[in-house]
Design a protein around this ligand. Structure first.
Ligand code: CO
Length: 173
């Protein structure tokens, strides 16, 4: 079991487009195990590989924290978003202490591979839909603060700077 170091905003790895995984090997399975361990340790419900400094298209999710609900997706691709538009409070382990309301769809279709390299196709609903959408965003360098609206983003980034001393240098992403 390894608890990995979580990269905090504005670390550059969080803004990079992550690379697709070509073959699912023991190396990817080890990363996934460490990502789950790190996510549970930090009491998160989802984690994307760039958040632990690994720029690969891998996400892990668990909306309940129960072993049976673990979901790891390699090369996740959102194929559709539908259902209701739901506004809910979100946070991110890479932007500690900050939350914001983000509107996302209640149903998300996602394809990819599981940790054995098998193709998967999932329709995620409600909280899992939100997690999958949030984590897949990370693989394209998109953070939830990009989805709260311009003014709200300014306000919450000011509060983040106050709380952590970390701030964005004004660079536009
Ligand atoms: Co996040």
């Amino acid at each position: 079991m390894s608890i990995l170091d979580i990269k905090k905003y504005p670390d550059g790895v969080l803004r990079k487009k992550a690379q697709p995984v070509k073959d699912v090997t023991d190396a990817e399975r080890a990363i996934i195990r460490d990502m789950f361990d790190t996510m549970y340790f930090t009491k998160g419900v989802g984690l994307a590989a760039p958040q632990v400094g690994i720029s690969k298209r891998i996400i892990v999710c668990n909306p309940t924290g129960e072993k049976k609900d673990e979901l790891a997706i390699i090369n996740p691709k959102i194929t559709y978003r539908k259902g209701r538009r739901v506004k809910d409070c979100e946070g991110c382990l890479s932007i500690p202490g900050i939350t914001g309301e983000v509107t996302r769809f209640s149903l998300v279709g996602v394809t990819g591979k599981d940790q054995n390299g098998r193709d998967i196709l999932i329709e995620a609903g409600d909280l899992l839909a939100r997690i999958v959408d949030h984590e897949t965003d990370h693989l394209d360098g998109v953070l939830f603060i990009d989805r709260v609206g311009f003014l709200k983003k300014k306000i919450i980034m000011r509060s983040y700077k106050k709380k952590t001393g970390l701030f964005c240098t004004g660079k536009k992403y």
